[in-house]
Write a protein that binds this ligand. Structure first.
Ligand SMILES: *Cc1c(COP(=O)(O)O)cnc(C)c1O
Length: 359
């Protein structure tokens, strides 16, 4: 069996070691005579795995006891509504930084529940940079400041948590666990799992406990973080199989040396690809260099008439899912934790060869 290199933006590559282990355990989990996904979520086995997943995640990110870790469903998109419903008064002020397509979606959903203020936007510049901090129009009375530190579609990333009067709420769907992060700078962190954590179906929310208990009365129980925290993420049936796979991913990360080790690997992968693109007259990445994402690398060919051929030949070479997001076109290579250096090396060899033949 040959596994191809998968550069998909999400659902994305999972570590081969994790998939192998899951396959081994599929029919008979730890001698129980059934698969993990056939067990009650109230069973000691499932509760134990969820507790271990949480403990491992807390070690990886050094999450303090003053934060609750919630395993939810509905994807990051559901949190676009859950954030204002849990934190903002009806029609009350909430601030958002607009750095790209995912910011825009969070803003549009936020407007249904709060008086959204866009503190700064690079929409006019086509989202190639992060507006400088001193240009942001922050409101003192905002319930929170919402950030998208890694724009998965545009490939714009910032890693420093800004200082602001309101608690920071960060959609870290495509960058959480890619490098160390100081959780204590944030009020709330959320992420859909299918980029860098595990399979689709699981949503991670990390919330500072003093921000629990502010949900407005009409907040649905399923979106209420306090309800989830009080029920240890088992208010209803959680996505047990996705949780089990995420637990294996966390264990895998820890075994490799945790987030400092991942950062080294991810830095090298990103440098390999950006370095190649910048040295080529045929390929280009539009993002302002200080804000280039380590996880998602969009690029265009000098002649977009060659896009189709590039993708067909890449696929034939075992390099999958390089098509850019439908809203921006071109190409995009996502270099999440589970994508090894060898995949990026092979991609660069292919790109150089394609340029020689077609450029
Ligand atoms: C993928 C993604 C989303 C949407 O995630 P879903 O789980 O599909 O709702 C939101 N924000 C960012 C930054 C993403 O990368």
């Amino acid at each position: 069996m040959a596994r191809a290199w998968n550069f998909c933006a999400g659902p994305a590559a999972l570590p081969e070691a994790v998939l192998t282990r899951a396959a081994e355990e599929m029919l008979d989990w730890h001698g129980r005579g059934l698969s993990f996904m056939e067990m009650s979520h109230r069973s000691p086995e499932v509760v134990g795995v969820v507790e271990e997943a949480e403990a491992c995640l807390r070690r990886l990110l050094a999450i303090g006891d003053d934060y609750a870790v919630l395993f939810l469903q509905g994807g990051a998109s559901t949190q676009f509504a859950a954030v204002p419903l849990n934190l903002a008064a009806p029609g009350g002020p909430a601030d958002y930084l607009d750095t790209g397509q995912w910011s825009k979606k969070a803003i549009a959903e936020g407007r249904r529940y709060a008086d959204v203020g866009v503190v700064a936007s690079d929409a006019a510049g086509n989202y190639r940079t992060v507006p400088p901090r001193d240009s942001w129009q922050l409101r003192e009375d905002a319930a929170y400041l919402h950030l998208t530190p890694n724009e998965t579609i545009g490939g714009v990333e910032f890693t420093e948590a800004p200082v602001a009067p309101a608690p920071l709420v960060a959609d870290l769907s495509s960058t959480l666990l890619s490098r160390p992060l100081d959780v204590s700078h944030y009020g709330v962190i959320y992420a859909g799992a299918q980029k860098n954590i595990g399979p689709a179906g699981l949503t991670l929310v990390i919330v500072r406990r003093d921000l629990l208990g502010r949900a407005r009365p009409e907040c649905p129980a399923m979106l209420n973080w306090e309800t989830a925290a009080a029920a240890d993420s088992m208010y209803n049936t959680p996505p047990t199989f996705a949780l089990y796979l995420a637990a294996l991913v966390f264990e895998w990360l820890e075994g490799l040396g945790g987030l400092p080790a991942m950062a080294e690997r991810n830095r090298r992968k990103a440098e390999t690809l950006y370095g190649f693109i910048d040295n080529s007259a045929f390929y280009a990445n539009p993002v302002d260099p200080p804000w280039r994402s380590w996880m998602n690398v969009p690029f265009v060919l000098a002649d977009d008439g060659l896009d189709k051929r590039f993708l067909e030949e890449a696929e034939a070479a075992g390099l999958l899912n390089l098509k850019g997001h439908r809203s921006v076109g071109g190409m995009r290579a996502s270099l999440y934790n589970a994508v090894p250096q060898a995949a990026v090396d092979d991609l660069v060899v292919f790109m150089a060869d394609f340029e020689r033949r077609c450029g």
